[in-house]
Ligand binder design. Structure first.
Ligand SMILES: [Zn+2]
Length: 270
């Protein structure tokens, strides 16, 4: 069976519900965390915004509210999608990358951050932000918070800074695998749960066996699709991307080459 389809996503949601887990949004976890078994579904809408809408509809069907972080760039920032996701009852946050876009210029970055945050607040009273990994940039977007506080902007949380990952189990589908962390550049979280999954069905089995942690924050990107063409195309792309990323970690030439490809890719999208 193909993994990372809407069907496998549904099997994950249903497994959690049958095992008595409650879903809450990221903001809710920050302000009123549920006692007992709970899961936060966080979606970074890096691209393919319309796929996000399909995931949002599926969650709504199961009475689940999730958190969608949108980037300011065109392939994520699709007003129609943002509006519909909010209408479905989900939460929206800003997936910021201002420091990378400003090439490390902190003053410029904080200015665009303010503008972009108020842009998203036209749609939703945004109270949480989450950094975009910007894997080809030498700037870590979180450095924005060295001289500024989230509360200065009326924000209550940033997943990478506000969550204790020794208490909340973190899972991410980076690179079409639940153990693809080795391919990630920045969106890495260290924890002591000692659990490892590759396929969604393995997580489902773990939940059914009652061995899944009580609290979890799950990052699912918007690459989950039932379309065969998109599924094969994306798997091929992720396969090459993962291997290039891995090589780029140890090889400056590959890193430069990879950076050029990514920049070209995003430019073509715009
Ligand atoms: Zn991202």
């Amino acid at each position: 069976m193909r993994d990372f389809t809407l069907k496998s996503y549904q099997s994950l949601l249903v497994a959690f519900q049958r095992a008595g887990y409650q879903f809450q949004t990221f903001e809710e976890m920050m302000s009123q965390p549920i006692e007992g078994k709970s899961v936060v579904m966080r979606h970074d809408v890096d691209e393919l915004a319309w796929n996000a809408l399909k995931m949002a509809q599926l969650e709504k069907k199961h009475g689940i509210r999730a958190t969608y972080f949108f980037r300011i760039v065109r392939q994520s920032n699709v007003p129609e999608v943002i509006r519909q996701i909010i209408e479905l009852g989900h939460e929206v946050g800003y997936h910021y990358e201002d420091l990378a876009l400003a090439e490390g210029d902190e003053k410029k970055a904080i200015e665009t951050f303010k503008v972009n945050l108020s842009y998203f607040r036209k749609y939703y009273p945004v109270k949480s932000v989450c950094m975009h990994g910007s894997s080809t940039s030498k700037y870590d977007n979180r450095s924005l918070w060295k001289n500024h506080a989230l509360s200065d902007f009326g924000l209550v949380g940033e997943p990478y800074m506000s969550v204790d990952f020794d208490k909340v189990f973190y899972l991410t589908d980076t690179g079409y695998a639940w153990d693809g962390g080795k391919f990630a550049t920045r969106d890495i979280v260290e924890s002591e749960f000692g659990l490892k999954f590759h396929l969604t069905s393995q997580i489902v089995d773990c939940i059914k066996a009652g061995k899944f942690p009580e609290k979890a924050l799950i990052l699912a990107h918007t690459l989950w699709t039932d379309s065969l063409v998109q599924w094969y195309g994306l798997h091929l792309r992720e396969f090459f991307r993962n291997n290039l990323k891995l090589m780029a970690k140890n090889n400056r030439f590959v890193a430069k080459f990879y950076g050029k490809i990514v920049n070209f890719y995003w430019k073509k999208c715009e």
